[in-house]
Design a protein around this ligand. Structure first.
Ligand code: ACO
Length: 429
């Protein structure tokens, strides 16, 4: 077996090298502190990882696979529900499994009626991500199946269905709350994405007309968001879950991590950025200059990625679908024109070329959501809806590991040395 050697204070230490299925290499330093007394510092976890069998990314080649399947193939041929099954259970379902899974999702689509009352007390302008986080947190109150045994397959299946199905219902209800319309309940006769669009856009005075193109597009977007290995929200789910807290609470932590504008919240920030460019006198050059300036906190939202250093395969698929959808609807969006100009200019700019900054998953997704009639503050909720299967799959992988290790980093203390307490009257003003 290949080994890495570390020379420290005249001694040599060996550490095993781990090689992944796709020839990725890692040095296993789990014995480092025990053997040497040293720890590693790795701000932002640029070099820290775990072993996982869920998703593979090659950031240089722009490859993304769930359980071995290329995401482009899944986006073209699969449905979100089937992809969710694949991620969570590790294989594509059979016809029977697929039916049983759909039935379980359907049976778990309603919210507990008492949960619906939560919405009454919420201010109308509450951000849907805050609502989603609050509601998912309360799953542990309303659906405490984890008290039984979360290693029991039936209990786990129910928790999976509760999360996947009810997150979708909450998403639609939070929109209805924000526009002051009555909730439209989930229906047993509709498929996953059609059901969501119906809950969003039907009203007691106007039924929603099924739109197969919109449904297919939403399926595709949810598939593309379904997992992304050890990103910020997923690592959060794993870290929180490593304390052995229940699945609902772990996923809730992931939802909160996703909300940030450097992560899933970027899809909202992209549209707000494009809108502000549209409403101002700013030129594309001004915007890029701001993004490049070290004295300005502004960043080009929807650009750059920790892992992708060539292109983000999700962004390529989404951009193509976005152009096709707007064309098929014979509609235009001035924000799309700005986005296209920005992308073209950024990709020719030395700053972006040098740093390998490309459009990421969030750059064009918002333009599709707008075309579907979904308001900007709902975009990150849709991201969360898509990411639920990935969070569950990664939580389960971590949870099933033997022995389960609590996530607990160390530190190098840089604060004050030992000091002695002074009574308040002796302290200098
Ligand atoms: N605009 C301007 N400059 C950027 C951008 C950007 N969008 N992204 C990175 N850079 C610059 C950084 O300032 C840094 O420059 P420097 O080397 O001169 O200091 C360099 O590129 C490297 O960037 P880091 O921040 O070190 O890269 P990191 O991997 O830590 O961050 C991130 C990745 C957070 C995605 C970053 O590219 C970013 O902030 N992008 C904008 C927000 C965004 O779109 N987030 C969504 C990401 S996808 C997702 O999470 C779903």
């Amino acid at each position: 077996m290949e080994k890495a050697q570390l020379k420290l204070n005249g001694k040599t230490y060996d550490f095993p090298v781990v090689v992944g299925t796709e020839n990725e290499h890692a040095i296993d330093i789990s014995r480092l502190r025990r053997d040497t007394g040293y720890i590693t510092l790795d701000e932002g976890f640029h070099n820290t990882g775990c072993e996982s069998s869920v998703t593979f990314i090659d950031g240089e080649k722009g490859i993304l696979r769930y359980r071995g399947y290329d995401v482009a193939e899944l986006a073209e041929k699969s449905s979100f529900v089937e992809t969710a099954f694949l991620l969570v259970y590790g294989r594509l379902p059979t016809v029977t499994e697929r039916k049983q899974f759909s039935v379980l999702l359907t049976e778990n689509s309603l919210l507990h009626e008492d949960m619906n009352h939560y919405f009454t007390g919420l201010p109308p302008h509450a951000h849907p991500m805050a609502i989603l986080s609050t509601m998912v947190s309360s799953f542990a109150i309303f659906y405490p199946t984890y008290f039984v045994d979360d290693k029991d397959p039936k209990t786990f299946d129910t928790m999976v269905a509760i999360l996947l199905s009810k997150v979708r219902t909450i998403a639609a209800f939070s929109y209805k709350k924000s526009i002051g319309e009555p909730f439209v309940y989930p229906r047993h006769d509709l498929r996953f994405c059609g059901n969501f669009l119906n809950m969003m856009f039907a009203s007691p005075v106007k039924p929603y007309e099924a739109d197969s193109e919109a449904e297919a597009l939403l399926n595709m977007l949810l598939i593309l968001h379904a997992d992304h290995e050890q990103n910020c929200s997923t690592s959060t789910v794993r870290l929180v879950g490593s304390s052995r807290v229940n699945l609902y609470s772990s996923v809730c932590a992931g939802i909160n991590a996703l909300w940030g504008p450097l992560h899933g919240g970027a899809n909202q920030s992209v549209i707000e950025m494009l809108e502000s460019i549209h409403a101002s006198e700013l030129t594309i050059k001004d915007v890029l200059d701001r993004a490049k300036s070290k004295s300005h906190p502004f960043r080009l939202f929807g650009f750059g990625h920790r892992v992708y250093k060539n292109f983000d395969p999700r962004a390529v698929i989404i951009k193509k679908a976005c152009l096709k959808f707007l064309e098929s609807r014979k509609t235009s969006d001035p924000l799309l024109d700005i986005a296209l100009e920005l992308e073209e200019a950024a990709l020719k700019d030395e700053y972006f070329i040098e740093r390998k900054l490309y459009p990421n998953v969030d750059f064009y997704s918002g333009i599709i959501y707008r075309a579907l009639g979904i308001p900007t503050n709902m975009f990150t909720v849709l991201f969360a809806m898509g990411r639920v299967p990935g969070w569950i799959a990664q939580w389960k992988e971590m949870h099933d590991a033997v022995p389960i290790k609590i996530g607990r980093p160390r530190q190098v203390y840089m604060g004050a040395p030992l000091r002695f307490y002074k009574p308040i009257e002796e302290r200098e003003e």
